[in-house]
Design a protein around this ligand. Structure first.
Ligand code: FAD
Length: 461
């Protein structure tokens, strides 16, 4: 009897799952395994919102496997040790898993390969499970990766995607292998009250609704803050409850600018993965150093806290930060505005913002989070690194009536536009009646400080 292990990591689905299909092809039975590795928590990759979403994903995966005659085996411990232990218990012959190009995953894969070899087992690592195009498979002539999005997107668009795979009809699992109880969302503390539910079943329904309706207007509405008209599929893409390959096959860019704009966003996701795969240090160091002398954390302490708590006095910034705390998710326009505000208006190191985002975001992903932060901070791949987003002009453009601000900042719910975006301009008694802070920084002064810092850095460089 031939037995294969399918090691699930951030690919928690049964549809379009190359490792699962490959394992089933050559084996009489498979062991679908997920290992909860404390080293991942210790390295700061885990956060309550992601753990809660993960718990939903694991129970849905288990249900989907049970519907096919199988079940999910969950173990806790060092991933390499647990896979080897399960392999011995199940008398397995090989292990299949998805490729992951982070440096942590590379080290782990190397250790796993060696440990399995010592036990006489082979490890098969499958590409295009997490991304549509594998990092490193599309490169410019002169480098190991693309540092600018537009040329990457041109080449990415020319790639022929593999065909998506149907979910298997049956998943036979040997009885002998023991499993821990599945983690439950209810056991996890400090979860954001408005956190979305996870799981492949829900993700697929959400994707189908999105592709049937709203994607057609995505090009027009993706920056509409109160309209909330983006897909909200990011947590599903992050946990792999949705496959980017399958999503792209279901999209028809030729059906109009909405789907075409959405495809472009999926390419951004692959773009950041290929940058981080080639430059793992970009997770914690400047991708392109500009010799920034960021304000010290002691000096900027109160500003950083006001930013985190959504009490900067700039309503659109505060609304976005409160959305993040409440939902563990933030609209992309909000992410851009709050990141620009922290790094360029308050002149605080992008790593502080990135860490705070990662502590809350349900879709928090090292490649996409750190490299989007670097893009906005000017240390990343942006070809206009000195751009500063003005929170007032941006608020008037993307939340013209103030609905987004009123939704998240109840202190301002009685105000109409334009006062809702500039409450400090209200006449004395009206202003005094509102318990909301004055702006923590003057935008003109902040712009001067940023420009001076650029001149200083250029002089010192
Ligand atoms: P949609 O607009 O519907 O886009 C569809 C999908 O495309 C998204 O689900 C996502 O997978 C991908 N995508 C869209 N924009 C980007 C982008 N700029 N970079 C990479 N992929 C993109 N995205 C994450 O998935 N994880 C993060 O940790 C993350 N951190 C961010 C931090 C900052 C400072 C900024 C500016 C952006 C960050 N993003 C991150 C990118 C983007 O904001 C989110 O992917 C998007 O808001 C998710 O909402 P959605 O699914 O409705 O997106």
């Amino acid at each position: 009897m031939t037995i294969s292990i399918v090691l699930f990591t951030s690919d928690l689905r049964v549809h379009d799952h190359p490792p699962l299909r490959a394992a089933l092809r050559g084996a009489d039975a498979v062991v679908p395994l997920f290992v909860r590795d404390p080293a991942v928590d210790a390295a700061g990759f885990a956060a309550p919102n992601r753990l809660a979403f993960l718990a939903d994903c694991l129970s849905d995966l288990d249900a989907n496997l049970r519907a096919r005659g199988g079940r999910l085996i969950v173990r806790r411990g060092d991933l390499v040790d647990e896979v080897c232990r399960v392999a011995a218990e199940a008398h397995a012959d090989e292990v299949h898993m998805a490729a992951d190009h982070s440096s942590h995953a590379h080290r782990r894969e190397g250790r796993l390969r060696r440990a399995l070899q010592a036990q006489g087992l082979r490890l098969f690592v499958h590409e295009t499970v997490r991304t549509a195009v594998a990092p490193g498979s599309v490169t410019p002539a002169s480098s190991d990766h693309f540092a600018v999005f537009t040329p990457y997107f041109q080449r990415w668009s020319q790639q022929v995607l593999r065909e998506p795979l149907a979910a298997p009809r049956a998943v036979p699992v040997p009885d002998a292998v023991g499993s821990e109880a599945l983690p439950a969302r209810g056991d996890i503390a400090d979860v954001s009250p408005g956190l979305a539910e996870g799981g492949e079943s829900l993700g697929r329904r959400q994707a189908t609704d999105w592709l049937r309706t709203e994607v057609s207007t995505y090009d027009d509405r993706h920056d509409d803050l109160p309209g909330d008209a983006t897909s909200r599929l990011s947590p599903h893409l992050h946990f792999g409850t949705l496959s980017a390959v399958e999503l792209l096959h279901r999209l028809r860019p030729e059906h109009g600018p909405g789907p075409a704009a959405f495809v472009r966003q999926l390419a951004w996701r692959d773009f950041h993965q290929q940058v981080l795969a080639a430059r793992p240090s970009a997770a914690f160091s400047d991708y392109r150093s500009r010799h920034d002398a960021w304000r010290g954390t002691a000096e900027a302490h109160d500003d950083i806290e006001a930013w985190k708590q959504g009490r900067t006095g700039y309503p659109v910034i505060d609304a976005a930060m409160r959305q993040l705390a409440h939902e563990g998710w933030m609209h992309n326009r909000g992410r851009l505005l709050t990141a620009s505000f922290l790094t360029k208006t308050l002149y605080v190191d992008w790593r502080i913002g990135a860490r705070h985002f990662l502590s809350l975001l349900v879709d928090g992903d090292v490649a996409n989070n750190q490299l989007n932060w670097q893009w906005m901070a000017g240390t990343g791949t942006d070809t206009r690194p000195n751009r500063v987003l003005n929170p007032l002009t941006q608020a008037k453009r993307h939340d013209p009536d103030g609905d987004y601000v009123r939704r998240w900042v109840p202190e301002l719910e009685g105000l109409r536009a334009p006062a809702v975006h500039e409450p400090w301009k209200l006449p004395g008694l009206d202003r005094a009646a509102i318990d909301y802070p004055d702006p923590i920084v003057d935008l003109a002064d902040a712009r001067d400080r940023f420009q001076r810092s650029r001149e200083h850095a250029r002089g010192g460089a």
